[in-house]
Design a protein around this ligand. Structure first.
Ligand SMILES: [Zn+2]
Ligand SMILES: [Zn+2]
Length: 299
């Protein structure tokens, strides 16, 4: 019987945004102001992930000075390499990088860059696949990635291409075991912040503990709804959440079970057809259409 580590791991939930830009690359605000905005909005942590490109001086911004007793930061970057199958620059989200990561070279491929970030200790996500038409064949080359961005808030606001669920499900249907995350990718040129976040289960709000939980999938992702518990049994899954209009469990292809209603806070859904497909993930949607997503589990 699988268990979802977000709910089976001891600790408490810490709210964070994993993908953010400052004026050290193409964002509008200084790093200190970005950290302050998230801290004042009630976030427990932030990863500032400026574009790791020559034209910006390959920044891995030191956000440690902006930590407080109740707010921490994880160092990271959005790293780039040529080229996707559509001939565009790759975008990969690397959270938990050393500040002295060596710059990329012109001939470093995306798979090699991904390996280098993973070896350096990063949580690695395939960023905004919808935004730039990333294909499954592209994603297949990024071995060891922990997650696909299922929701990228700035991509949604600016291009209506914020979704990554189709790619995520195709990868898992093909036998890969990869998680998901929701992020802002905030640049602060418009209201592209506070739209997608992660809730990480950890023993304390320290970068190492948060990073460890991210890598083991001990977190869920959300635009607002709260998922209180998810317990997989032999034949069913029990879900407790903030008042929802739909609670569903999704699996391979069209496999799904759901309860649609109003102010749903506790649901037991049958697993039979989903379990037979090899993996399952839970989605909770509220009355405003905001969603929360658990990481997949596998049989
Ligand atoms: Zn990007
Ligand atoms: Zn970005």
């Amino acid at each position: 019987m699988p268990h979802d580590p977000a709910f089976a791991t001891p600790g408490r939930f810490f709210k964070g945004n994993l993908h953010t830009h400052s004026n050290r690359s193409d964002g509008a605000l200084a790093p200190e102001a970005v950290c302050a905005a998230y801290r004042e909005a009630g976030y427990d942590f932030l990863a500032l992930t400026d574009h790791f490109l020559d034209k910006y001086g390959f920044p891995i911004v030191d956000t440690r000075p902006f930590r407080t007793n109740a707010f921490t930061t994880i160092l990271g970057a959005e790293v780039h390499a040529p080229a996707t199958s559509l001939g565009e620059l790759w975008h990969l989200l690397a959270v938990g990088l050393p500040s002295d990561l060596a710059p990329t070279t012109k001939d470093e491929t995306a798979p090699d860059l991904a390996k280098r970030c993973l070896a350096a200790g990063a949580f690695l996500a395939i960023a905004h696949p919808g935004w730039y038409g990333l294909t499954k064949a592209d994603a297949d080359t990024i071995e060891g990635a922990h997650a696909v961005e299922i929701y990228n808030h700035t991509s949604q606001i600016r291009t209506d291409r914020g979704d990554g669920g189709v790619l995520l499900d195709q990868l898992n249907a093909a036998g890969r075991r990869i998680g998901l995350c929701a992020v802002d990718d905030a640049h602060f040129h418009c209201r592209d912040y506070f739209g997608g976040f992660v809730m990480v289960k950890a023993v304390d709000n320290e970068p190492e503990a948060l990073l460890s939980s991210l890598k083991t999938g001990a977190y869920y992702s959300s635009q607002g709804p709260v998922i209180e518990s998810v317990a997989y049994g032999e034949d069913s899954v029990e879900i407790a959440c903030s008042p929802a209009s739909a609670v569903m469990v999704l699996g391979r292809g069209s496999r799904a079970a759901q309860h649609v209603g109003s102010d749903v806070t506790r649901v037991t859904l049958p697993l039979g057809v989903v379990r037979a497909g090899g993996f399952a993930r839970v989605v909770v949607a509220d009355n405003e259409g905001r969603r929360a997503w658990t990481n997949p589990v596998w049989w």
